[in-house]
Ligand binder design. Structure first.
Ligand code: NDP
Ligand code: GDR
Length: 367
């Protein structure tokens, strides 16, 4: 019998990687996608196309984390062995602008799923994974952060995820549910959302390299993050649901880098050298050398600037994870290095920008 998995947030970065991972493991995969006015399935279209030919057991359902009736209906219909709750308003900065919606989808949404499992009598059958986050640590109480570090969230997103974390623990303890939290530190990839800082950097620098953009505006360049690759992290999400007992685990690389360093490393992959001048809001990243001669006019010019619009009312300055429990109990460790991650993202965005340029040039020729 095929195992059946239900993934909320299937159209997101992790949803796409996890769907591929579970399909490769022989699962029947069901995904929840919400209604949008434009297509939002670019990351999983290849899987959906194959499912239409009957080659892959991959099914999409319309539903929303803010709508109990849709979640109840889907869970009843799918009768999943495993639910991976990845759906969330996942942008920290946006959560300051949409705090109530963030609480509804990221906090109460989790309760809706847990209650659906109970109401439908699936407690003994369905295992539940909650996408918890290093944002729970917020104002950091100790370095590095492990499963034992106290939480102190610093955004409406972090606070909503705190409720989600504890309601998952509570349903495990109160009802004997197999429910667990993966406390994942930042993880990125070429399909990372374009408004998160890593992807924003690699996209913009690739465009600058090809003359499609002249500069990149960022916020807090001193922020420190523990960045891993999403492909490595979804394996861990699955592993957490295969244990004898449900437990919560920190997933991280144990390496920390600043936003500024991410910029420098990405620029280097693209053949550009940046030097920093000034400080605070006046800081500028000056292009001092470039392999591509076409960039000569930009040498000596600021291609990275700081814009107060991208600062947050309260910031999480420094995150560094200690995943030793995951290593010892689950035999997991991150496979992709920071350098490999930056390289993969920067080169992917360079190729994407090159094809955009090529199609713009060819349409000019046709005219
Ligand atoms: P993304 O933002 O890429 O994906 C979020 C997904 O949730 C999308 O499919 C989105 O749909 C969906 N979604 C948002 N709101 C709703 C809603 N109301 N109802 C149904 N679906 C909804 O996030 P990631 O893939 O990066 O992250 C996955 C999860 O892991 C999230 O919960 C995030 O908070 C958490 N997390 C992520 C980390 C990271 O570094 N990536 C680290 C730690 C935790 P749509 O495509 O339509 O927008
Ligand atoms: P984060 O990721 O807030 O850690 O949440 P993000 O990439 O948005 O920010 C990381 C750090 O970079 C700083 N920063 C900027 N951020 C953005 N988005 N845009 C900018 O221009 C910019 N300039 C500097 C931020 O201030 C921050 O310090 C991500 C999300 O995936 C969450 O869902 C997840 O829970 C956490 O990672 C772990």
């Amino acid at each position: 019998m095929k195992k059946v998995a239900l993934i909320t947030g299937v159209t997101g970065q992790d949803g796409a990687y996890l769907s591929e991972f579970l399909l490769n493991k022989g699962y029947e995969v069901h995904g929840v996608k919400r209604r949008t006015s434009l297509f939002n399935t670019a990351r999983i279209d290849h899987l959906f196309a194959e499912s239409q030919d009957g080659k892959l057991p991959f099914v999409l359902h319309h539903g929303d984390m803010t709508d109990s009736s849709s979640l109840l209906r889907i869970i009843q219909q799918v009768q999943p062995d495993e639910i991976y709750n990845l759906a969330a308003q996942s942008h920290v900065a946006v959560s300051f602008e949409e705090p109530e919606y963030t609480a509804n989808s990221d906090a109460v949404g989790v309760l809706r799923i847990l209650e659906a499992i109970r109401i439908l009598g699936l407690v003994g059958k369905t295992r539940f994974y909650q996408a918890s986050t290093s944002e729970l640590y917020g104002l950091v109480q100790e370095v590095p952060q492990s499963e034992r570090t106290p939480f102190y969230p610093r955004s409406p997103y972090g606070v909503a995820k705190l409720y989600a974390y504890w309601i998952t623990v509570n349903y495990r303890e109160a009802y004997g549910m197999y429910a667990c939290n993966g406390i994942l530190f930042n993880h990125e990839s070429p399909i990372r959302g374009e408004t998160f800082v890593t992807r924003k950097i690699t996209r913009a620098l690739a465009q600058i390299r090809l003359g499609l953009q002249s500069s990149l505006a960022l916020g807090n360049m001193d922020a420190l993050r523990d960045w891993g690759h999403a492909r490595d992290y979804v394996e861990m999400q699955w592993l957490m649901l295969q244990q004898t007992e449900a437990e919560d685990f920190v997933i991280a690389t144990g390496e920390q880098h600043s936003v500024r360093e991410f910029v420098e490393k990405s620029a280097a992959v693209l053949g550009m050298t940046i030097e920093w001048v000034g400080s605070g809001l006046g800081e500028r990243g000056i292009l001092t050398a470039a392999l591509d001669e076409a960039l000569s006019p930009l040498i000596g010019k600021p291609i990275v600037t700081v814009d107060p619009r991208y600062f947050r009312p309260t910031e999480v300055e420094s995150l560094l994870g200690d995943a030793s429990r995951a290593r010892s109990k689950l035999g997991w460790s991150a496979k992709t290095s920071f350098e490999e991650l930056v390289r993969e993202m920067a080169l992917f965005d360079l190729r994407t920008a090159e094809s955009r340029l090529a199609s713009a040039n060819s349409s000019r020729v046709v005219k």
